[in-house]
Design a protein around this ligand. Structure first.
Ligand code: PXP
Length: 239
């Protein structure tokens, strides 16, 4: 069964809507952990749209499971990661220019900048993951740059409506997953996963971590965060 990383950015989004103290993502992390989350994922954006520096600091002190920091390849943000030392950093695109057509980090198109970002974190002893499209060329270059993991972007799979399209996207993820594992990288996935579509992704051979935010926080509004996390964990059980 893959690890469940609960992305709590949306809790911070709600707090920022009023600019006050609540709801506090630090509380959300504690409840998610109590409910069985294997990791907490946050994205410290350059524009500080949701997660703030204070959140990262406090979460680093209080989270007992894995803390996964999503970040851009901007040197100033990397400096914050090096200082706070999350258990894992996942590089994601923030500017349109850093995106491939489907939405992952374009490692091929930004090879030198990504290589430099990966090296800075590896030299500091951080685990590095790259959020990329399920494209063999992106996987192979990620491995060549020394990343320990890739997180495959599941957005196109999640957005597919027709069964045929969904199957095609699932097959692309399975094939990119196979190349990931064969390259010696850990296999992660995320984006747009929910209680209905996560099953086949959890069963992709070699899957070790899923990062899920929107669907869990949305369900939490109605059933509470602990139940929402537990119910997602139940969906990951591979039979
Ligand atoms: N993984 C990465 C790299 C992401 O950027 C996001 C979105 O912040 C997620 C997973 C979670 O996506 P969702 O909120 O759609 O579950």
């Amino acid at each position: 069964m893959p690890r469940l990383g609960v992305n709590i950015d949306h809790v911070a989004t709600l707090r920022q809507a009023r600019g006050g103290k609540e709801p506090d993502p630090v509380w959300a992390a504690a409840l998610a952990e109590l409910a069985g989350a294997d990791g907490i994922t946050i994205h410290l954006r350059e524009d500080r749209r949701h997660i703030q520096d204070r959140d990262l600091r406090l979460l680093r002190e209080t989270v007992n499971v894995r803390l996964n920091l999503e970040l851009s390849i901007d040197p100033a943000i990397i400096a914050i990661a090096l200082e706070t030392r999350p258990d894992q950093v996942t590089f994601v695109p923030e500017r349109r220019a850093e995106l491939t057509t489907e939405g992952g980090l374009d490692v091929l198109g930004h090879r030198d900048r990504v290589a430099e970002a990966v090296k800075r974190c590896l030299d500091a002893g951080l685990e590095v993951s790259l959020f990329i499209d399920p494209d063999p060329a992106q996987v192979e270059l990620s491995a060549a740059l020394g990343a320990q993991a890739v997180e495959l972007h599941t957005g196109r799979y999640a957005d597919a409506v027709a069964e045929l399209d969904q199957t095609r996207e699932l097959n692309a993820l399975i094939e990119a997953g196979r190349i990931t594992v064969a390259s010696g990288l850990k296999l992660h996935a995320g984006h747009g996963l929910n209680y209905q579509n996560v099953g086949p992704i959890a069963q992709v051979a070699g899957m070790t971590e899923l990062n899920i935010g929107h669907s869990i926080i949305s369900r939490a509004v109605f059933v509470g965060l602990e139940r929402a996390v537990r119910e997602m964990k139940d969906c990951l059980i591979t039979r």
